[in-house]
Design a protein. Structure first.
Length: 247
């Protein structure tokens, strides 16, 4: 299992739900965390919680639907003067459930793609060249297992597009120590998943972070977090390394 102590991790959507859980887990491993949320107040609250682990933290705030604001946030992160070694593109938006799906508003697609596809792609494009230059990096993009539901077309299409971007980028770095992979947390009782979801947020651990800790230099893989639920971290990483790359 990869030793990530003292590495800097940038986590989007880290103020609640799975992002908040991932931030705590990475902090327990000794990582320094850059916390993103929509507001500085929410980001700072998480940093205050992470102080118990004796790590360094920094805060940023950004509305991911505004791509110009995303680019400004990335410049702010650059100004911190630290190397971002790991990116967890956790943030996402489920825009709506359209029973009358033939009347799905165009804005469902525009907003969903901005937040769930374009923003994480811009983040990948920003940090991956730096990772390639220094010879190390980990990016884990959060996808969804939703399928065959035109009621959620905007959301599922935007996640499918993110899958494609991730797999294609992964082909260019596969076999190197810069790895980009996907994680599907499963349907969890978060603000996004809703109270009727069958899985607790905690059930997505350790699966949502195994893509950071593998050492076999494979990219483009999909880690289904619920398959690792209940495992200790080392066992989960060993199991993750049995999943082949799609190339």
């Amino acid at each position: 299992m990869l030793n990530v102590k003292n590495k800097w991790v940038f986590i989007t959507g880290a103020s609640r739900g799975l992002g908040r859980l991932a931030a705590a887990e990475m902090a327990k491993l000794g990582c320094n965390i850059i916390v993103h949320s929509r507001t500085m107040q929410s980001s700072q609250k998480v940093c205050d919680e992470l102080a118990q682990f004796g790590i360094q933290t920094k805060t940023v705030a950004c509305e991911l639907s505004d791509i110009d604001t995303v680019k400004a946030m990335l410049k702010e992160i650059d100004s911190f003067g630290v190397d971002v070694d790991i990116v967890l593109n956790n943030a996402g938006l489920q825009i709506g459930y359209r029973t009358e799906y033939f009347s799905t508003p165009v804005d469902d697609f525009i907003i969903s793609f901005n937040i769930n596809t374009i923003a994480p792609a811009v983040i990948c494009y920003h940090f991956m060249p730096k990772m390639i230059e220094k010879g190390f990096g980990r990016i884990v993009n959060t996808t969804s297992g939703i399928a065959l539901e035109p009621e959620q077309a905007g959301y599922s299409a935007s996640k499918a597009a993110l899958d494609k971007i991730t797999i294609d980028l992964g082909h260019r770095v596969n076999g190197t120590d810069v790895c980009i992979n996907l994680v599907d947390p499963g349907w969890c009782r978060t603000d996004l998943g809703g109270e009727k979801a069958p899985n607790s947020p905690e059930s997505a651990l350790p699966g949502i972070i195994v893509g950071v800790l593998t050492q076999d230099k494979l990219s483009g893989r999909l880690f289904r977090a619920q398959e690792f639920s209940g495992m200790d971290l080392q066992t989960a990483v060993n199991a993750a390394e049995q999943i082949p790359a799609p190339y």
